[in-house]
Design a protein around this ligand. Sequence first.
Ligand code: NAG
Ligand code: NAG
Ligand code: NAG
Ligand code: NAG
Length: 180
Amino acid sequence: MLKSLSLLILSLSFFIIRTTATPYPTGPLKPVFLVTTPQRTPSSNSSLLHSVSATCLFDPYHQPNFLLRLTGPGYGSLPNFTLTDGTLHTTIYNFGPPAMGTFEYNSTLVLEGQELQFLAAPQGKGNLALVGGYLLAVDGAVEGWEVCVEELGQSVVSLWKSGDATCNATYIQAVTTPPY
Ligand SMILES: *[C@@H]1O[C@H](CO)[C@@H](O)[C@H](O)[C@H]1NC(C)=O
Ligand SMILES: *[C@@H]1O[C@H](CO)[C@@H](O)[C@H](O)[C@H]1NC(C)=O
Ligand SMILES: *[C@@H]1O[C@H](CO)[C@@H](O)[C@H](O)[C@H]1NC(C)=O
Ligand SMILES: *[C@@H]1O[C@H](CO)[C@@H](O)[C@H](O)[C@H]1NC(C)=O
């Protein structure tokens, strides 16, 4: 009796460890803002993150895929994001082709050497996660994000553009209140 009870407790604690050890949230998340910072540890006040930048979406040539660019103080409003099934979602107004209006944009599979991109189309399972609940990761890796000067002189977020001297390594943190 005692033996089976301790076995039950053992298997129960195993179950609890297994369930609480799930490293990345995959379910619905309350909306967050994405910021870039060379600092890995979070701050309860995003303004206090080292060299923090807010981010917003842009499509430099009215292309279908939006990119994530840095924006300084004085922005009007910032897009917020949720993460489900490895994919980021944000709802924004598109001024240009293919259609004007408010759409839900979804992140595409993030690939090395490419920008973080968003399309107004359903996406399959993505490869993004929030490690520790706040560090944006690709296939579990939080390192690899870079900020590079790209189209129209904007600083754009991409994954590994190494070799390009204008790129700076960064972390992407999910924060509940925007900086500045
Ligand atoms: C966050 O930090 C900034 C800069 O120090 C400060 O101005 C602001 O009041 C802080 N916000 C909160 C909610 O504490
Ligand atoms: C998130 O963005 C949506 C769409 O722009 C907006 O309606 C909503 O109020 C925003 N939520 C927060 C917490 O900023
Ligand atoms: C983005 O993905 C969601 C579900 O993953 C889907 O409901 C939505 O329609 C997609 N956005 C567009 C514009 O297709
Ligand atoms: C990279 O960092 C340097 C030094 O802080 C800065 O002058 C430069 O503008 C940064 N480049 C980008 C793309 O953010």
